[in-house]
Design a protein around this ligand. Structure first.
Ligand code: AMP
Length: 425
């Protein structure tokens, strides 16, 4: 092979692609049921957008972005996430003038220059949603319900949500001081490089892989420092979640890697808490009540989530069953046999497409080989169009039967066989 794909990227080929389409369609149906509207933004954006929104000190901005100068000397970045682009598009297209809550959803590739490993790619796909324009705790709950619904639709029997609040500056400023003090007390146990980063963004220490869990468990948690509206918001979210019957745990050490989050943050896991299931989050989200303003809009509260398709697909309880949601299987194969059969083969295939998925074997190989391939493909019927014959020869593989019909009779005879089922009486 002369060329191969880049590290950390994947080709998604048949038949696995059916699972992807099925997962995307379950999310799409769920978005529709919750009244979300689709949005598509460019894959490239100004680098500034992400530096500003995701945070100068975040891992994404400091070491994971695909950034380059275009021919005009502008700094361009392949989007590492889609919340900032959606907010930019929301403002740039005047969606904020529509009033009420704008519910937007998307799917598409994201890019992060990270060390490739299981479940971590350099190009990966996310589906996600943003609800922009309300700070009501019920929107947080609605969004979590949407995520749970989608996961149940994918066959996860007991998905659970971990919820926390990272507060706003109101609670975070005094908390940060306490956390920094506790970190300094334990400075010996933290690598100097990491310590430098956590001094700039102390909450990130809970996400750190190079810091011991026992040390993390000794650090103060933000839940104990939530005050005023931050405390009220989180209490209301928890109470509404209980009322809605959503299975959740309050994870006091849950933080998220993007700096724009305020108040509610959540992650979704497959399986019961503490039980089996995926150890890494299948999906994450939260509130970002300052981001719209930071991107140049009026103060506007918002919340969103994004889910990584690769990880969801790897964790699916029954990928085969999920793939069957997609009606992609071919039912009819038209076999084009001999010179001069092409026009009638194309006509016959066009006729059959009104009944179901149809392919036409235009390989020019022998009738025997075409028939064997049609049988192997899983199609129910093969229709042989032979230049030497006035009639069509039909093979009903499910009944192991063969018969001749005229072109006019073909659709009717196939329809009646379909209606009477697979197996002979
Ligand atoms: P984040 O945007 O970092 O909050 O991530 C949201 C979701 O995207 C995660 O829960 C993962 O499912 C997925 N994700 C993030 N980074 C990667 C990656 N490098 N490869 C595959 N999936 C990822």
């Amino acid at each position: 092979m002369k060329y191969s794909r880049l590290r950390g990227t994947q080709d998604i080929v048949p038949p696995q692609i059916d699972t992807w389409r099925a997962v995307e369609s379950v999310f799409a149906r769920t978005f529709d049921r919750f009244g979300y509207q689709w949005i598509r933004t460019p894959i490239i954006e100004s680098t500034d957008l992400f530096v500003r929104a995701v945070g100068e000190q975040s891992d994404i901005v400091t070491k994971e972005m695909y950034t380059f100068s275009d021919r005009g000397g502008r700094s361009i970045t392949l989007r590492p996430e889609n919340t900032a682009p959606v907010i930019r598009a929301y403002l740039e297209n005047g969606l904020h003038r529509r009033g009420g809550v704008q519910r937007l959803c998307y799917t598409g590739p994201m890019f992060r220059y990270d060390r490739p490993q299981a479940g971590r790619y350099r190009q990966f796909y996310q589906v996600g949603a943003e609800a922009i324009g309300s700070d009501h705790p019920a929107i947080d709950v609605e969004m979590i319900q949407l995520v749970v619904d989608a996961f149940v639709g994918l066959g996860f029997t007991a998905p659970h949500v971990r919820v926390n609040s990272v507060g706003t500056e109101l609670s975070r400023a005094p908390y940060r001081e306490r956390l920094l003090a506790a970190m300094e007390t334990n400075a010996d146990a933290i690598a100097p490089d990491s310590l430098r980063r956590y001094r700039l963004n102390p909450l990130r220490i809970f996400d750190a892989k190079d810091v011991d869990n026992s040390l993390k468990s000794e650090l103060p948690v933000i839940s104990d420092y939530l005050v005023g509206r931050d405390a009220e918001h989180f209490n209301a979210v928890c109470s509404l979640l209980r009322d809605a019957g959503v299975h959740f745990v309050h994870d006091e050490r849950l933080v998220r890697g993007l700096d724009y989050y305020t108040n509610t943050v959540f992650e979704m896991y497959s399986g019961a808490p503490g039980g089996g299931g995926a150890q890494s989050a299948l999906c994450g989200g939260g509130r970002y009540d300052s981001l719209v303003e930071e991107c140049g809009g009026a103060p506007t509260a918002a919340i969103g989530f994004s889910a990584g398709l690769e990880r969801i697909i790897a964790a699916l309880p029954d990928a085969r069953a999920t793939a069957q949601i997609i009606d992609g299987a071919v039912e009819y194969c038209v076999l084009c046999v001999g010179d001069g059969a092409a026009a009638q083969s194309l006509r016959t295939a066009a006729q059959l497409r009104a009944l179901g998925n149809t392919t036409c074997d235009l390989s020019g190989r022998s009738r025997k080989k075409q028939l064997a391939a049609a049988h192997k493909s899983g199609a129910r019927f093969a229709v042989v169009v032979d230049a030497q014959s006035d009639t069509l020869e039909v093979h009903d593989f499910s009944r192991n039967e063969q018969f001749d019909v005229s072109a006019d009779e073909l659709p009717g005879s196939l329809m009646s066989r379909r209606e009477t089922g697979d197996a002979p009486a």
